[in-house]
Design a protein. Structure first.
Length: 293
């Protein structure tokens, strides 16, 4: 995990993870992730930058501009996704005197050409799809997978990326058809955001159902259709991702972190952490401290 200050980019710590797995160990050959980044309060503007790979950048706060090659300057706002690809220079960044929060993922592989061939990707167009917490969680999970350094997790990251790109493109089609950008039924957003609000307490499904006035079958269907995970797996993944942040950013004891996010059984927490991270919580913290030093 790389988390550091770079005053040229942002006044607060940024996070960047680069794939370090030997490509020969990957089972997903058609698509691989190169780098993940989370740049809060980014202030740097690029006038002309080019890459030999593909990338998307998702703006979740702030406004600015984007230009591909000699194309028109396009406005960016929260919920915008723009693209970079080989052979073209790009200019982008927040409005002068301001900053924005961005997530980006760079990737490569022949699978991308298949997306282009079927018009799933329309790279010169900015996608205005809205800010969606479920998408942000998926992007953060991609970063966690890459950070682990495990081949299986690198493959999982590629599969999750393809699902995310598909979500982006379908949301963009909805937006262009005249729907509200980032259109999702209000109930869906309320359910997913409600689950995120329960990270610091034990998961109580019955209480959640009563609070949101929904049935058990509706809750499980909404989570499966919008995240790709079962309800229990989605809740546990969110909690383990939160535990990772606490391990990176605090000196709290692991037992205390487990209790904070609703796991009274330390052994159960340990099993879940290793299942979704590939390493133990102790090893994860040790790796993070070694990188920081």
């Amino acid at each position: 995990m790389t988390k550091y200050l770079d005053d040229m980019i942002s006044p607060i710590p940024i996070r960047m993870e680069r794939l370090t797995v030997d490509p020969s160990l990957l089972r997903i050959k058609g698509l691989s992730i190169i780098e993940f980044g989370h740049l809060p309060k980014r202030k740097l503007r690029h006038k002309s930058v080019s890459n030999n790979h593909w990338a998307f950048t998702y703006i979740v706060r702030g406004r600015g501009i984007y230009r591909a090659g000699d194309g028109a300057v396009q406005r960016l706002e929260p919920g915008s996704v723009f693209w970079e690809w080989p052979g073209t220079s790009f200019g982008y960044g927040p409005d002068e005197g301001t900053d924005w929060d961005e997530f980006y993922v760079s990737f490569q592989g022949p699978r991308v050409q298949e997306w282009l061939d079927c018009d799933l990707l329309q790279p010169e167009q900015v996608f205005r799809i809205g800010v969606n917490n479920a998408w942000i969680r998926k992007i953060e999970t991609i970063g966690d997978f890459i950070e682990s350094g495990l081949p299986d997790n690198a493959d999982r990251a590629s599969l999750l990326l393809e699902a995310l790109i598909y979500d982006f493109c379908i949301a963009n089609e909805d937006s262009r058809a005249g729907s509200r950008p980032g259109r999702k039924p209000e109930q869906v957003l309320r359910i997913l955001e409600g689950i995120s609000d329960t990270l610091y307490q034990p998961w109580d499904e019955r209480q959640f159902l009563e609070r949101h006035h929904i049935s058990r079958s509706t809750l499980r269907r909404v989570v499966r259709q919008n995240t790709g995970y079962s309800l229990n797996e989605y809740v546990n993944r969110l909690k383990i991702n939160e535990a990772k942040k606490l391990l990176r950013l605090t000196d709290l004891q692991i037992q205390h972190i487990a209790q904070m996010i609703g796991y009274e059984d330390n052994a159960y927490f340990a099993r879940l952490f290793k299942k979704y991270s590939g390493i133990s919580a102790n090893a994860y913290r040790a790796n993070s401290e070694e990188i920081r030093s």
